[in-house]
Design a protein around this ligand. Structure first.
Ligand SMILES: Cc1cc2nc3c(=O)[nH]c(=O)nc-3n(C[C@H](O)[C@H](O)[C@H](O)COP(=O)(O)O)c2cc1C
Length: 209
């Protein structure tokens, strides 16, 4: 059974991006995954810096991200991109640099955004850049929810069944991709770049940093 971690939401109690993430995870669960939602607001991470001790919540985040089979990310659209609080959570994933395999290797990642206007796809595209930087695999089916005030009530509950169905389909697609990776084993390049993929890691770490 694939383990799918949802990561995202805003700092607002009635966060629509958190609610959308939960619906996508419901779709993943219906497709046979075990799911867990990590809400940016609950993580309450300090701004990333390498010059302080690593908070326990950051360690838990990176351990959970490393152990899962797939992720779904969901951000509000802020100024045509993702929110600073969500980006900060993703910045902490640099702690996965020395893991084996590094970063989010072999993990499919589904992308969701909510937007007050129609710029949600820009937030999705911003996330896709980050997925690539972290060596994950962005799932092609994405879900930018436009004009979120029309699809969610003031308490942040999703009221639009068509949007819900698309989010659930995205969750199911992430599970389908995770199963492909499980069937294949992994997608590492050990054979090509030397024993245990060490050569590949050395080359790519410098490329990422
Ligand atoms: C600081 C800020 C910047 C925003 N920038 C945009 C934007 O560029 N484009 C857009 O469509 N919506 C924008 N919005 C609206 C949010 O994307 C929208 O309200 C979203 O649903 C908020 O997500 P949340 O409910 O998870 O907090 C912005 C909202 C805030 C607070």
């Amino acid at each position: 059974m694939p383990d799918v971690i949802g990561l995202g939401g805003s700092l607002r109690a009635a966060s629509t991006s958190r609610a959308a993430l939960q619906v996508a995870l419901d779709g993943a669960e219906a497709a046979g995954a075990a799911t867990r939602l990590l809400w940016v607001r609950d993580l309450d991470l300090p701004l990333y810096t390498a010059e302080r001790s690593i908070p326990r919540s950051a360690r838990e985040l990176v351990d959970t991200a490393h152990a899962c089979d797939a992720m779904i990310w969901s951000s509000p659209t802020y100024h045509g991109s993702i929110s600073g609080s969500f980006k900060n959570v993703l910045d902490w994933l640099i702690l996965l640099a020395e893991r084996d395999p590094p970063y989010l290797s072999n993990k499919p990642i589904g992308l969701v955004a909510t937007a007050g206007g129609v710029q949600g796809l820009q937030a999705v595209n911003s996330m896709e850049f980050i997925v690539r930087a972290l060596r994950g695999w962005a799932v092609p089916l994405v879900m930018p929810v436009a004009q979120s005030w029309q699809s969610f009530d003031p308490d942040g509950r999703l009221t639009d069944e068509a949007v819900a169905a698309q989010l659930r389909a995205l969750g199911a697609e992430v599970v389908r991709a995770a199963r492909q990776f499980q069937a294949e084993g992994t997608c590492d390049y050990a054979g090509q770049y030397g024993p245990n993929g060490s050569g590949q890691r050395a080359v790519s770490s410098s490329a990422v940093l």
